[in-house]
Structures are given as structure tokens and as C-alpha cells.
Design a protein around this ligand. Sequence first.
Ligand SMILES: Nc1nc2c(ncn2[C@@H]2O[C@H](COP(=O)(O)OP(=O)(O)OP(=O)(O)O)[C@@H](O)[C@H]2O)c(=O)[nH]1
Length: 254
Amino acid sequence: MESSLEFSNSLGSVSSLLTRCRTFKVLVIGDSAVGKTCLTHRLCAADFPCRVEATIGVDFRERQLDIHGEKIKLQLWDTAGQERFRKSMVQHYYRNVHAVLFIYDVTCPTSFSSLAAWIEECRQNSLGQEIPRFLVGNKGDLRDPSRTDGQVSQEQAMSFAKAHGMMCFETSAKNPPNKCGNVEDIVVALGVKLKRQKKPATRERAVDLLLRDAGSRWPFQMHQCDVFSLCVCVNKRMTVLCIMTRQKYKSFYI
Ligand SMILES: Nc1nc2c(ncn2[C@@H]2O[C@H](COP(=O)(O)OP(=O)(O)OP(=O)(O)O)[C@@H](O)[C@H]2O)c(=O)[nH]1
């Protein structure tokens, strides 16, 4: 263990870390061309990209928001809908996920039928039922109220969402109704749900995460002690401090 002076210096930085916002990983999945990329742009940057190409692997977009006085950050993982661009990446998508957005296109019933397969993929990747799930019907601007076929009705969507314990939204990344109001509803619903989420703090989990973050980069010899849910890990060249509170995990290097 490093000297106690170094340790108390570290604690000075701990309080500043604890006041930083929590980051939540939100997985965005659904068939190709349902509008995942456009929707994540709309949710994070309030715009609609004029040109988009099929996502290869994954893209990340972030949105910070204030929920009842607490700052939280949503990290949206815009994943590829095309199978050929997902291969070998899928396991990474599902690691440490905090919430999932299932997207379908309201004018494409096939994309709605595919939701069962997307739910199955979640199950196969051990995503527990406790992870909040949201159903979002996109391209609402293309809905034709005079047609009854070739579209996914709001009733169908609501019944599906209820059966799978999801919150349900219909929107349009291109032309959101109510001047973006309902896009904000999605963001706020996510934030409120995630803010309530607490992961049990265990030393094993802290060590797991720490090894993932630091262990792959440096040869790592670890001593641990728990001080008020603080897990301190040290090696010869540096101190790695890992903070595990009831709500969050942080690590940094001194
Ligand atoms: N009219 C309309 N078009 C949209 C909307 N959202 C996306 N699009 C269009 O749908 C097409 C596909 O959008 P993307 O966002 O690339 O779809 P994706 O689900 O990310 O596709 P993959 O990356 O292949 O998985 C693009 O031509 C978009 O301009 C929308 O709300 N309304």
C-alpha cells in the first residue's frame, strides 16, 4: 500500500468524483433502416442528419440531463441493424447495459415482428428482466391515418409493450410531434427510470470492473481494502483508486 499521505490526497479527489454525473449505457437495437441512427441524433443533439449510412458495428452518442437535481449522462449505443455489420460485436454490446431501446418503424410491420427476435437476443446475452426496456415506434411522420394495413397500430404497440413490461412511445426522428416534446418524453422517462437504479456494491464487482479497466493495460498486483465502500487497489508504479458506492463505480489513476 502507498503512504497514508498519498492515500489522503487521493481522498481529496474522491469527493470531486462523487459529485460528477452518473453515466448509463443505453443499448439501441432494432432492424436495419428503422431509424436508430437518426433517432439517437434527435435524442442527443435535437437534429435530423440529412445523410446517413448503415451503421457498421456501433456508434456512440451522449446526452446529459438533469433529473430532479441530479446530473446523469445517457450514453446511447447505436448498434448496426444489419446482421453482417453486427457479427462478433454482439457480446460487447450487451456488457454492462443499463437500459434498452427497442426501435421499430411504424410503417414497416416486419420491423415490428422482428422485435421478438431482438428480445430473444437480449435473453441469449443474459440481459435480465430488471433492465428497463422501452419500445419506440419511429417514422410517425409517415403514418397515414386513412390506411389500416401496412402499418403498426398504436394499439398493437401498446399491447406488445404491456406484455413485455416496456414503456411505449411513438415518435419521428425527422419530424417529432409537439415540437420535440415527445422526444424529450423518451429522454426524461429513461433518465427517471435510470436514476432510480441502484446496483449493489460488492467488492467482487469493483474488482471485476477494475481488472477490466486497468488489468489489461498494466501488469497488476492488487491489494484491497474496503473503507466506507471504497476499494483501493495499488501497484508499484501507481495507485489505482476504485470507488464503489451503492449507485456507481468509478476508477482513476494517480
Ligand atoms: N420519414 C422519416 N424517415 C426517417 C426517420 N428516421 C429515419 N429515417 C430515414 O430512414 C433511413 C434509415 O435511417 P437510419 O437512422 O440510418 O436507420 P438505422 O436503423 O440506424 O439503420 P442501420 O444502421 O442499418 O441499422 C434514412 O434514410 C433516414 O433518413 C423518420 O422519423 N421519418
